[in-house]
Design a binder for this molecule. Sequence first.
Ligand code: SF4
Ligand code: SF4
Length: 87
Amino acid sequence: MSLKITDECINCDVCEPVCPNEAIYMGEEIYEIDPHLCTECVGHFDQPQCQLFCPVDCIPQDPDHVETSEQLLEKYKMLIAQKSASN
Ligand code: SF4
Ligand code: SF4
């Protein structure tokens, strides 16, 4: 399940650089997470880095994008393969 940023976001810029998948970007008003790129940090870290660093705790799981840990690992592998193919 990818994570999502709620409207409590204060645009502090902390989460965007800590995401290993470059899944976080500035949206129209607040930061947003691309569910196709978020792996909950599976494959990179033991816990979601954005959640860990967000000072206002506004990054819950996104119930609209439910995935198992196996699916998240597959997504991680696919993203790594895409990255090495484009390098
Ligand atoms: Fe990026 Fe990890 Fe946050 Fe997903 S959980 S948006 S991969 S930092
Ligand atoms: Fe918003 Fe939290 Fe990211 Fe800061 S760390 S930009 S408050 S989601």
